[in-house]
Design a protein around this ligand. Structure first.
Ligand SMILES: Cc1cc2nc3c(=O)[nH]c(=O)nc-3n(C[C@H](O)[C@H](O)[C@H](O)COP(=O)(O)OP(=O)(O)OC[C@H]3O[C@@H](n4cnc5c(N)ncnc54)[C@H](O)[C@@H]3O)c2cc1C
Length: 300
C-alpha cells in the first residue's frame, strides 16, 4: 500500500460541489388553507438542499445512477431518466425524496387518510388535550345529493330547504361541544368525553411520506372518485410539492394522473371494434367512459 493510499484509509472527503440551495427557499412552513378551518403545511422535506440550478429531483437521479451506474449518463439526462423510471415503475429512487406535512382536517377525512399505511403519523391526542372548537360545515352550495349511479358518491346538490335543515342538524351536533367541555370540567376523562363529539370535528397530525407512496396517495385522492373533502387536501399537497420536484410531478401527470389503464377485455374490444366481453354493467359503463375520454366510438 502506498503512503498516499494509506492516508486515504478512513478519510472523509467533502467534494467541492456546486453551492447548495434550500429547495423550500428558506421557509420553515409553506401553508395552504383547506375547507373552512383546515390547512396543509409543508414543514420539511428531504433532500432539503439541492445543488444550485437543480431541484430535489436530483436526489431521484442520484439514487437511480447508483443502480444503473455510469451507463445512464450516456443515454439519459436528468429529466429523461426520471420520466423513464416513473414510466417503468422503477419506484425505489422516488423513495429517496420525503415530505413532512402538518395537516388539520375533520376526523371523517382523517379516517380515509389514515388508510394509507406507508406514511409516518403523529396525531393530536384528545386523551391528553382538550379538542379545539373547530367543526367542518360545508357551504350550502356544497351539500351534495346522493349519487344514483355511484353508491359511494355525491352528485349535484340537494334543494335549498333540505340544505338548510341539514346545516341546522350540523349546528346541533356542534352544540355538543359545550357539553363535552362541561363533562371534562366535571372530571370525566378527556379520552371518554371526546366520544360525544361528531366526526366533523377537526384533528391535526404530522404526516411524513416518501414520494413514491405520496404519488400513490395522490393518484387515489386527487381522482374524481375520491370524496371532495379529501380531494381538496390532496390538491393542496400537490401544489406544495410541485415546485420542489417539478420533473417528477410532470412525469406523474403524464404517466399516472392523466394516464388510463386498459384491461385485456377493453384492449380486445377496441382492437376488434366488438362489444366488451362481459355482462357486468359497471364494467361496461367504465369502458364507455374510457371510449368517450379517448374520443373513439363506443364499440358494439
Ligand atoms: C375512492 C376510494 C374509495 C374507497 N372505499 C373504501 C371502502 O369503502 N372501504 C374501505 O375499507 N376502504 C376504502 N378505501 C380505502 C382503500 O381500500 C385503501 O385502503 C386506501 O386507498 C389505501 O390504499 P393502499 O392500501 O394502496 O395504500 P397504502 O396503505 O399507502 O399502501 C401503499 C401500497 O403499499 C403496499 N402495502 C402497504 N401495506 C401493505 C400490507 N400490509 N400488505 C401488503 N401490501 C401493503 C400495497 O401495495 C399498497 O398499495 C377507498 C379508497 C378510495 C381511494
Amino acid at each position: 500500500m502506498s503512503v498516499e493510499s494509506e492516508k486515504r484509509c478512513g478519510e472523509v472527503r467533502v467534494m467541492p460541489d456546486a453551492p447548495m440551495v434550500d429547495v423550500m427557499g428558506g421557509a420553515s412552513r409553506i401553508e395552504r388553507r383547506v375547507l373552512d378551518h383546515g390547512f396543509v403545511a409543508l414543514i420539511d422535506c428531504m433532500p432539503r438542499m439541492a445543488p444550485e440550478g437543480k431541484t430535489a429531483d436530483y436526489s431521484i437521479v442520484q439514487a437511480a445512477r447508483v443502480s444503473y451506474g455510469e451507463g445512464t449518463k450516456q443515454v439519459n439526462e436528468d429529466r429523461g431518466l426520471v420520466r423513464y423510471l416513473l414510466r417503468h415503475r422503477h419506484t425505489t429512487p422516488f423513495e429517496m425524496v420525503e415530505f413532512k406535512f402538518h395537516v388539520a382536517m375533520p376526523i371523517f377525512v382523517a379516517r380515509q387518510w389514515i388508510r394509507h399505511r406507508t406514511a409516518n403519523v403523529n396525531e393530536y391526542s384528545a386523551r391528553y388535550s382538550i379538542v379545539p372548537d373547530r367543526f367542518y360545515r360545508p357551504t350550502p352550495e356544497a351539500i351534495r345529493a346522493q349519487s344514483q349511479s355511484n353508491r359511494q358518491g355525491g352528485d349535484g346538490i340537494v334543494d335549498a330547504g333540505t340544505a338548510e335543515e341539514f346545516l341546522a342538524l350540523l349546528e346541533r351536533a356542534e352544540g355538543l361541544y359545550k357539553d363535552y367541555l362541561g363533562f371534562t370540567e366535571r372530571g370525566v376523562a378527556r379520552e371518554l368525553a371526546r366520544t360525544a363529539l361528531p366526526v366533523s370535528v377537526y384533528t391535526e397530525w404530522y404526516w411524513k411520506c416518501d414520494l413514491h407512496n405520496l404519488f400513490h396517495f395522490l393518484s387515489l385522492r386527487m381522482d374524481p372518485h375520491a370524496q371532495h373533502e379529501i380531494r381538496v387536501y390532496a390538491d393542496a399537497m400537490y401544489e406544495l410539492l410541485r415546485p420542489i420536484v417539478p420533473i417528477a410531478c410532470e412525469a406523474f401527470e403524464d404517466y399516472r394522473l392523466g394516464a388510463m389503464h386498459l384491461t385485456r377485455l377493453e384492449i380486445e374490444a377496441i382492437r376488434t371494434a366488438a362489444p366488451l366481453a362481459t355482462t357486468n354493467k359497471r364494467e361496461i359503463a367504465e369502458f364507455e367512459a374510457k371510449c368517450d375520454q379517448l374520443g373513439i366510438p363506443r364499440a358494439g
